[in-house]
Design a protein around this ligand. Structure first.
Ligand SMILES: [Zn+2]
Length: 461
């Protein structure tokens, strides 16, 4: 059993005190405060208790979907989930997995135009993801409210100083966050419903990295939020130019797979930690990094996360499987057992004592997997973040062309000599577990995918 702190309310108060007292809350702020107190408690619940609460909420979601969404009614009935029957674990496991392809093809058939009244208005959210195939979901105000609550949980877990400046370098849909100014705001956005915060600033990730560095130096920010690949670029620039950002206290990463080597590089160069998070536009938060370890805690209060093997059996600690998500609060598009296309590794219970389930690694998409000549597959670590120690490599991407051959696309500052090429090949092969034929090719630029994700490795098999 997990140990609870001696006095939960004391713990909650000190967590909130640690980041500054809230402003006198308005209606949304008061609701947020109530949810935060609840989250402070539920994180310590044993896993079984959390799961029982999840099933109770999913039962409501299924009954609603059965009644209002014909596309889902048949699916639910076939699994033995009816409107008046309590939901059993067995019936839930019978429900077919919803693939991204199916979500995309179903158009608006999975959407309900009239979610429960108390859930507020709906809005459409479209995401392209790393495959470039757009999917659309309709979301309620209630699900947006929960998004904010979990954003705040992350700030509380990390004990962030909300009065400081928060800088973001990410994809900018509005196309307003262009260099040299970006967009400035006098608060952190949604957390300001409850807390008085300092200013925030945003720059689009498509800005050349040298300009990003110059912009970042001007912000005097305590926190930076960006994609891992972009952080890698900033660190490389910082190493070369000697420029540091002394005001930075932490980097938040999201959207892409985080290579553990980047954590070490960030510590070594800037002396600060990375806090990684795992979310998608269509599902909301999936997991946040534990405040005390490098584990990821599944956000069980807002989503049921199943990690399933090839036979759709739940994975045990140490095993890797597909990430199947059921967001608990979005009744406008009930995503029941949605396979988001990522893989993750299940972990043992976290030493911090939280009952929230653990993921130890998030490995990304199936097409980011390496296929060995015998057909077995794995997630490659090509050691790219350390290429700059060997040769002036600006950017890299690996493309598996066949079971024997990998193309390494490189953006370089100047032509490489033979020794440098050989040393790079050796560094790549050292991690792969098979003597692949590695062809180096030189390109001017490696484009980000739609949605501004960057694929370090992709397979064309
Ligand atoms: Zn933990």
């Amino acid at each position: 059993m997990n140990e609870q702190p001696a006095d939960i309310s004391e713990h909650t108060l000190s967590a909130i005190e640690g980041i500054g007292w809230p402003a006198v809350p308005g209606r949304e702020g008061a609701s947020l405060l109530a949810v935060l107190f609840q989250l402070e408690q539920s994180q310590w619940w044993p896993a079984e208790k959390l799961h029982a609460h999840q099933l109770g909420q999913i039962e409501k979601l299924c009954h609603f979907a059965h009644q209002h969404i014909p596309y889902l009614s048949k699916r639910l009935e076939a699994a033995g989930i009816g409107q008046h029957k309590p939901l059993s674990e067995e019936a839930w496991r019978e429900l077919p997995i919803l693939t991204r392809d199916e979500l995309q093809k179903s158009g608006t058939k999975l959407q309900c135009t009239e979610p429960p009244k108390g859930h507020g208005r709906t809005s459409q959210s479209t995401t392209t993801g790393s495959t470039g195939k757009p999917v659309s979901v309709s979301r309620t105000e209630l699900s947006a409210f929960y998004w904010t609550a979990f954003t705040l949980r992350d700030h509380i877990w990390r004990k962030r100083d909300l009065s400081a400046t928060f800088a973001t370098i990410r994809y900018d849909r509005s196309a307003r966050a262009a260099y040299p100014d970006g967009i400035e705001s006098d608060n952190w956005g949604s957390p300001a419903a409850l807390f008085r915060t300092g200013p925030a600033a945003k720059l689009t990730i498509t800005t050349p990295v040298a300009d990003q560095g110059e912009w970042l130096a001007r912000q005097n920010a305590a926190y930076l939020s960006t994609n891992p690949s972009n952080l890698g670029e900033l660190l490389r620039l910082s190493e070369e130019s000697g420029v540091r950002y002394p005001s930075l206290r932490e980097v938040q990463t999201l959207s892409e797979v985080l290579d553990p080597a980047l954590r070490a590089q960030c510590r070594r160069l800037w002396g600060i930690e990375i806090a990684d998070m795992y979310s998608t536009q269509e599902t909301g938060y999936i997991a946040l990094q534990c405040p005390e370890t490098e584990n990821y805690h599944v956000q069980s209060e807002c989503a049921l996360i199943e990690i399933l093997d090839g036979d759709s059996t739940p994975c045990q600690p140490g095993e890797v499987g597909r990430v199947v998500v059921t967001p608990l609060h979005n009744f406008a598009t009930p995503l029941l057992r949605y396979d988001i296309g990522d893989y993750a590794e299940v972990g043992a219970p976290c030493p911090c004592g939280r009952g929230l389930p653990v993921l130890t690694r998030i490995m990304g998409r199936a097409r980011a997997m390496l296929t060995l000549p015998d057909g077995s597959r794995s997630w490659p670590l090509m050691g790219g973040s350390r290429f700059a120690e060997i040769a002036p490599v600006r950017q890299y991407q690996f493309v598996q062309k066949s079971r024997q051959a990998i193309e390494a696309r490189l953006v370089v500052e100047r032509p490489l000599n033979e020794q440098e090429e050989e040393a790079l090949r050796e560094r790549m092969l050292a991690r792969l577990g098979h003597p692949f034929e590695i062809k180096l090719s030189y390109v001017k630029k490696i484009e980000r995918q739609a949605g501004e994700k960057y694929e370090e490795f992709k397979s064309e098999l």
